[in-house]
Ligand binder design. Structure first.
Ligand code: SAM
Length: 372
């Protein structure tokens, strides 16, 4: 196998991408695709998930885009009539108000110009359309791969090559940081969660999983600042394979850990400033901030947030649950408020001046609470 690009991998991709497909299925569960909905699959690979989406959306339009010529050729070869595929990247695609859902599985970490890509995703969505993104997350998204690359660098030949490696991947370390990227582009983020996966595989399988993505970064000479010879890359690949084999336990199995971001967002009402083609928006550009969705920030210590809203292990903040809680508190405290506002503090055995409010002020306070 030649691992220098996704095109060269395309013919083997189906046989090595079981984990991507499983994570993609979990993202589809979160997105809840309904019959008739139109879906754009960004970075569709060989189209396995686009075909699965078509089985959910039925008559709805399903379109997959990918910058790799080889991947798109496989999509066309493997797919039945009725699906559209086009050779384009997230940065060069151009769709306007056309899709109910933009879906992006295991491709987001490969995008170079994130701001432009996210802006294009937003443009592609109809008003109120929704976005689902799943991708390996954090700079140590796979501790197994990081350890194997580290171990391979004990060989001086590999160490030389690796010291010039420039990571092509986009990482953020927390769900809030991922949410921020989309909030800035005019999305209202509903769910942002880093899930931790632990699976067991034979050592050969683990190397095949490494070959379904990570290796393409490491084997690409463009990812090295100096020149790197084919021989260096061949030795590097051999050493990583050996190091991954060493991670097996006595029964020959490797426990593989992966951190993955799962993010679901809605296209927000306000339109952020349009980007000129090929440019990146500076992080704090003014007009875009006007459309920023509420940041996922915790206003009180998370000890006071019930389970299900804040999960320390997976670092989930479910904002919809917080809204439900607010409604719940309002219903719970409504009788107390009612008595307070109508009968005054005396109903609790307190002197009338306790709250310092005249009846008219009580009415204003009541309408303020009800409107908030
Ligand atoms: C690991 S594969 C994932 C494929 C498929 N989504 C899946 O889940 O199996 C990553 C895909 O991202 C594509 N890709 C790389 N850079 C991209 C970009 N800038 N925009 C969109 N897709 C990109 C690659 O060509 C490749 O097909």
């Amino acid at each position: 196998m030649d691992f220098q690009s996704f095109s060269s991998l395309s013919k083997h991709y189906q046989s090595v991408s079981r984990l991507q497909r499983a994570a993609g299925a979990a993202l589809l569960d979160l997105l809840d695709v309904r019959p008739g909905e139109s879906v754009l699959d960004v970075g569709c690979g060989v189209g396995d998930l686009a075909r699965r989406i078509k089985s959910l959306s039925g008559a709805g339009r399903v379109c997959g885009i990918d910058p790799s010529e080889g991947m798109i050729a496989e999509c066309l070869r493997l797919s039945p009539e009725g699906l559209e595929f086009a050779e384009a990247s997230a940065e060069t695609m151009s769709y306007n108000d056309e899709f109910d859902i933009v879906f992006c599985n295991s491709a987001f970490n490969w995008i170079e110009n994130i701001e432009l890509a996210v802006s294009n995703m937003r443009d592609a969505l109809k008003a109120h359309g929704r976005l689902g993104v799943q991708a390996p997350a954090t700079s140590r998204c796979s501790p197994n791969f990081s350890a194997a690359v580290g171990e391979s660098a004990r060989d001086p030949v590999v160490r030389d090559a690796i010291s010039n490696f420039r990571s092509p991947w986009f990482w953020r370390e927390t769900p809030e940081q991922y949410a921020e990227v989309f909030g800035r582009a005019g999305f209202r983020v509903r769910h942002s969660e880093i899930r931790h996966f632990e699976t067991q595989h034979t050592r050969e399988e683990v190397f095949r999983i490494f070959c379904s993505g990570a290796i393409i970064g490491y084997m690409n000479p463009d990812c090295y600042s100096g020149s790197v010879s084919e021989e260096h890359l061949r030795i590097f690949q051999e050493r990583v394979k050996l190091a991954l084999y060493h991670q097996a336990d006595d029964s020959g199995l490797v426990k593989l850990i992966f951190h993955r971001i799962f993010l679901v967002a809605d296209k927000a009402w306000a339109t952020p400033a349009r980007l000129p083609a090929g440019s990146a928006r500076p992080p704090s550009a003014g007009p875009a901030n006007a459309a920023r969705s509420p940041p996922l920030r915790i206003a009180v210590p998370h000890l006071f947030i019930p389970r299900g809203i804040w999960n320390a292990e997976s670092q989930i903040i479910d904002t919809s649950a917080i809204q439900t809680l607010n409604l719940f508190s309002l219903i719970l405290f409504a009788p107390v408020l009612f008595i307070l506002l109508h009968s005054g503090p005396s109903s609790f055995g307190l002197p009338p001046s306790s709250f310092g409010l005249r009846p008219s002020a009580r009415i204003s306070l009541a309408s303020l609470i009800m409107n908030s």
